[in-house]
Design a protein around this ligand. Structure first.
Ligand SMILES: [Fe+2]
Ligand SMILES: [Fe+2]
Length: 190
């Protein structure tokens, strides 16, 4: 299923797409916190956007970051934050946007999500931006494919279960092929 928030991209550059998703996440976090009748609909948009974005980062951006030479502990820390955020988002889904406790819990989630995005931009996207433009475009296309295959709800346990292997198999195959291509291309360099 293709997510409705994923339209025609002006560019498939990996970093441009990632920054665009962060901008959309920030926008929805702000709109939900500002209140109003549209909160349930906007929260639903946020859940689908966030689930697809983190899934695509998990499948494409983080492996690319490791290949680009980012220290493993930096990527590990970002992935641990994502697991915490997905658990928090799943709890908010279970609570429901009309629960009196939603606004307070959502505020904590929004603060943590904002920090996570800022950390990624400073510690990971800067490195990814130094990859050759052709690699960034190919990775950007892989990212869009991963988004289109992503689950529509946060499901932290899926990553640790057999289900994960089934749901990510097409993207994993794509990633393996991409890494092979990149290795082959680099081996041709003088
Ligand atoms: Fe992330
Ligand atoms: Fe992100």
């Amino acid at each position: 299923m293709r997510h409705e928030f994923i339209g025609q991209e002006p560019t498939a550059d990996l970093v441009a797409v990632l920054l665009d998703r962060h901008r959309r996440i920030h926008d929805l976090l702000d709109r939900i916190q500002s209140g109003g009748r549209a909160i349930p609909r906007r929260f639903d948009d946020l859940v689908r956007l966030f689930a697809a974005h983190e899934y695509a980062e998990h499948r494409v951006a983080h492996p690319a970051a490791r290949s680009a030479g980012i220290p493993g502990h930096v990527v590990d820390h970002l992935m641990a934050e994502e697991n915490d955020l997905e658990r928090a988002l799943a709890a908010l889904c279970a609570l429901g946007a009309d629960d009196p406790r939603f606004h307070l819990d959502f505020g904590e989630f929004a603060a943590a999500a904002g920090l996570h995005c800022a950390r990624e931009e400073q510690e990971e996207f800067v490195w990814l931006g130094s990859l050759p433009a052709a690699d960034r475009r190919e990775l950007g296309r892989s990212l869009l494919t991963a988004e289109s295959l992503a689950p529509t709800r946060p499901h932290p346990l899926a990553r640790r279960s057999g289900l994960a292997r089934w749901t990510v198999a097409p993207v994993a195959a794509l990633w393996d092929r991409l890494v092979d291509t990149m290795r082959r291309d680099r081996s041709r360099l003088p």
